[in-house]
Design a protein. Structure first.
Length: 131
């Protein structure tokens, strides 16, 4: 079940009690609330049962990062979300996310404009002496 915190955000999203997050003291609650409101439009929390989370075979300390990437790949693969939006879930830059999709052999079905932008970005990334 996906929960969406009510708006406006108070101290920290109410769903955070179901998420793995550090404890927040009252002293910092207003600061965190302002930061959260300024840097995110909304936040969703997907509760994962402890036994399932503990059974994940992911590198220690990288579970959230890996789950975000896997979820983003799944959304693109299923056609539920475009790569530009999915890469924000994965918290990756465009070229890195497209490289990840290519390694996983996920067709991303970009528009002609996106292909041209990608070609221009790739050309700009190559130093002039290597062209």
């Amino acid at each position: 079940m996906v929960r969406r915190p009510p708006s406006p955000v108070k101290a920290f999203p109410p769903a955070a009690s179901n998420c793995r997050r550090p404890a927040v003291t009252a002293k910092h609650a207003n600061l965190l609330s302002a930061f959260h409101a300024a840097h995110t439009k909304s936040m969703y929390c997907l509760p994962i049962p402890d036994d399932a989370f503990n059974a994940l075979k992911l590198p220690s300390g990288r579970a959230e990062e890996e789950l975000r990437r896997e979820f983003a790949i799944f959304l693109v693969q299923e056609g539920l979300l475009g790569p530009s939006q999915a890469r924000t879930i994965a918290d990756m830059d465009r070229l890195a996310f497209q490289a990840l999709l290519a390694r996983r052999q996920v067709a991303w079905g970009g528009s002609p404009e996106e292909v041209i932008d990608d070609m221009q970005a790739a050309q700009a990334a190559v130093p002039p002496e290597r062209r």
